[in-house]
Design a protein around this ligand. Structure first.
Ligand SMILES: [Zn+2]
Length: 93
């Protein structure tokens, strides 16, 4: 989990307060008020009519308990990076 990462800093990048709250869920409300986790999506073949190969990953956030600054992170950045590389390769075709 992110807060066990040795690079994790409990200090707010905005105001410097030592008050970061880790692992906050990013939740949206959709149709009929259904709650769902927020996702990031990247299409590997955006020009395709079908099978655009969208890669989706979840998100997590940390929030400053002092100023309210929110940092949102991709839960699986490597998957998005791989999709990005694949998209670049497709552009060369
Ligand atoms: Zn802050």
């Amino acid at each position: 989990m992110p807060q066990t990462d040795p690079s994790f800093t409990p200090c707010c990048l905005k105001c410097g307060a030592d008050a970061m709250i880790p692992d906050v869920r990013v939740v949206d409300r959709g149709q009929n008020n259904h709650r769902h986790e927020s996702e990031l999506g990247l299409q590997v073949r955006p020009e395709a009519l079908l099978f655009k190969g969208e890669v989706r990953v979840g998100t997590w956030a940390q929030v400053c308990g002092d100023c309210g600054f929110v940092e949102v992170y991709a839960a699986d950045p490597a998957a998005l990076w791989d999709a990005h590389i694949d998209r670049l390769a497709n552009d060369l075709d």
